[in-house]
Design a binder for this molecule. Structure first.
Ligand code: ADP
Ligand code: MG
Length: 613
């Protein structure tokens, strides 16, 4: 028996029952891992209380204050003190209720958890009560409770989150990151509950003012009014599921997966298989490496889903998954291919227009099919590969007759990117080393230690990054745009763009705020003159948020990295001999040629003697 067991057996009783405050603190780690999860719980409680207006007030990205004020049903004074107990819930009474959940919460854990790790002030009043109750609770201990005059409904202020859990507090990311988590939490709730009005203040500034309306209006308020041109409505139902919402037109697909919202019974979910159902509907319509936006709400019988999931997780299991998959895909396809009444999509927030069926006798316009004009099926990876392979064979044939070291003709039938190319012999002394492009992705050339295989995109990223870092502001000459371009962002992203504006300008952009989270771009660096500016700036913001999470804390580096990524040649771009030679020369004059700016390898060197052993 191991030593430590013997020790234990010899000791007297050692098991303690943990005090509630400690147990709650441990449980809190599961429910509240960052300010955004407290925001989620409080907003859900307000909705469960039947609120039609909810205010979210946050200070310092939730570190010092998260307050939610609702006009819901409120609580009696007894309930007000009970609600902070663990497993205190008004939403279920028995196990059977677990199969018929109509509320967002039901575990009775959230408030107990929050009160264990923060200082909480609750004020609540039932609609027909004259006085309300105020409770102050800190680290699970009630500090005070007394009657107060307050509006009906509930206000919960959570102060100094994690005040007694320093490890958790220190683990929090920069304010910009925590704030964007909070913002995303609000979006996930507000998009599907468009009948509830939400306001959101951060450090005294109003970031969202979302009036009650339909989902189309909500999307417009949350993202931008420009979305009215970007989406198709979907609305279908069968015995198993009702599907309602909007899917993005293919030409507005984005480079990041950001705007993909799937909900079931009013709850945001992540469901890779159902997301695939929507994406498959687009088939070949999407440009490569882009993702469609969608905002899709499913309604199913609560007994046909397993919602008994972890509080912070968003996974859900469906009994009828296959049917829902097929239905979702067909619905999305129909919208993309046969959408008839595009003009009915109405965002005007002042009117309550909905998508009711067309009046009797109405003759619909000819069906129009939306497609991406710039999509080129011959640019698909498989076509590129075929083309590259045939060029390889041509190349190989020429060399086979020219070079004495050429392999036998039989080898040409199975293209292999790593034979010993007779490039060194082919070039006279003193000239730049010849290069060859393979699969429109790699540059093959020769260096003294062997054959070098360079990833064209990564190498180019390194070169551009170095140039941007070295020459800073002077690196890119601005080019005036013929037509200024307006770009719109979510409120939190717009804050980031404002923050980054001096740095972006220094890189050759001319950009100015227009208000309402919109910016106008009038000039760009020459190399970026033709690109989609909304996508470019979205990418810069996304990269900035990511790099805040990771190692790049320096804005300048972060921006250079993002621009380098977007300006670099992609796989699939055919390079001329001179371009390849320039790229190889530039790469090897970098102080760090072997790594892309994000740390990925740029090349490998193959020792010719090792290939055929
Ligand atoms: P759950 O939501 O899972 O029931 P919570 O800990 O979030 O558990 O809340 C406990 C209980 O407190 C709820 O069941 C509800 O009765 C009450 N409650 C919480 N927030 C509110 C609110 N904003 N308005 C009215 N009642 C509330
Ligand atoms: Mg709750």
């Amino acid at each position: 028996m191991p030593q430590r067991w013997c020790k234990c057996l010899n000791m007297s009783d050692i098991i303690n029952i943990l005090p509630d405050s400690v147990a709650n603190q441990i449980a809190a780690g599961e429910v509240v891992d960052r300010p955004a999860s407290a925001v989620k719980e409080l907003l859900e409680n307000a909705m469960d209380a039947g609120a039609t207006e909810i205010q979210l007030i946050v200070k310092d990205a939730g570190r010092t204050l998260i307050q939610v004020i609702d006009n819901g049903c409120g609580m009696s004074d007894t309930d007000a003190s009970l609600c902070f107990e663990r497993h205190a819930t008004s939403k279920i009474k028995q196990a059977a209720d677990l199969f018929d959940i109509h509320t967002m919460g039901f575990r009775g854990e959230a408030l107990a958890s929050i009160a264990a790790i923060a200082q909480v002030e609750l004020r609540t009043r039932l609609h027909d009560a004259e006085l309300g109750t105020e409770i102050v609770i800190e680290g699970s201990t009630i500090q005070s409770q007394h009657p107060v005059q307050c509006p009906s409904g509930t206000s919960i202020a959570v102060k100094n989150l994690f005040f007694n859990v320093p490890a958790r507090r220190n683990f929090l990311k920069k304010d910009a990151v925590e704030l964007s988590h909070i913002e995303e939490t609000l979006r996930r709730i507000a998009l599907i509950h468009s009948d509830i009005a939400f306001t959101f203040y951060h450090n005294g500034r109003m970031l969202y003012d979302l009036r009650a309306g339909n989902m189309a209006q909500r999307i417009a308020q949350v993202f931008s009014p420009a979305y009215k041109e970007r989406l198709y409505a979907i609305d279908e139902s069968c015995d198993v599921v009702t599907i309602k919402g909007y899917i993005g037109k293919a030409e507005y697909a984005r480079k990041t997966r950001g705007e993909q919202y799937l909900f079931v019974n009013g709850r945001f979910i992540k469901h890779p298989s159902l997301s695939t159902a929507i994406e498959r509907a687009y088939a070949d319509m999407l440009p490569e490496r882009t993702y469609p936006s969608y905002f899709v709400g499913l309604t199913v019988d609560p007994s046909r889903i397993d919602i008994n999931i972890h509080p912070t997780k968003t996974e859900v299991k469906f009994i009828d998954e296959q049917t829902i998959f097929a239905m979702l895909r067909a619905t999305a396809k129909k919208a993309l291919g046969q959408f008839v009444l595009a003009s009915e999509f109405e965002f005007n927030p002042s009117t309550e227009i909905d998508f009711s069926p067309a009046p009797k006798g109405y003759i619909p316009a000819e069906p129009t099919i939306s497609y991406n004009h710039t999509y080129n099926p011959f640019g698909s990876p498989s076509a590129q590969r075929r083309e590259a392979a045939s060029r390889w064979v041509d190349f190989f044939d020429q060399k086979a007759t020219a070079a004495s070291t050429a392999p036998s003709a039989g080898a040409a039938a199975t293209p292999d990117p790593s034979p010993t190319l007779p490039l060194q012999q082919a070039e006279p002394e003193g000239m730049a080393q010849a290069c060859m492009q393979v699969q429109e992705r790699y540059i093959v050339s020769s260096v003294s230690s062997g054959i070098v295989l360079i990833d064209q995109q990564r190498a180019h990223e390194r070169i551009i990054y170095d140039r941007l870092m070295a020459r800073g502001a002077a690196a890119e000459s601005p080019q005036q745009l013929l037509f200024p371009v307006n770009c719109s962002f979510s409120p939190a992203d717009a804050e980031i763009v404002s923050d980054l504006m001096p740095d972006i300008k220094a890189r050759g952009f001319d950009i100015a705020p227009l208000g309402q989270n919109t910016f106008v771009v009038t000039a760009t660096p020459t190399a970026l003159a033709d690109c989609d500016l909304q996508q470019l700036l979205d990418r810069i913001v996304a990269d900035y948020k990511n790099s805040m999470l990771q190692k790049f804390a320096d804005r300048n580096q972060c921006l250079a990295l993002s621009l380098a990524r977007q300006m670099a040649v992609r796989p699939g771009k055919r390079l001329e001999q001179a371009e390849m030679q320039q790229m190889v020369a530039d790469l090897f004059s970098s102080p760090m040629p072997d790594r892309a700016p994000d740390g990925r390898k740029t090349f490998v060197i193959i020792d010719p003697d090792s290939i055929l052993q």
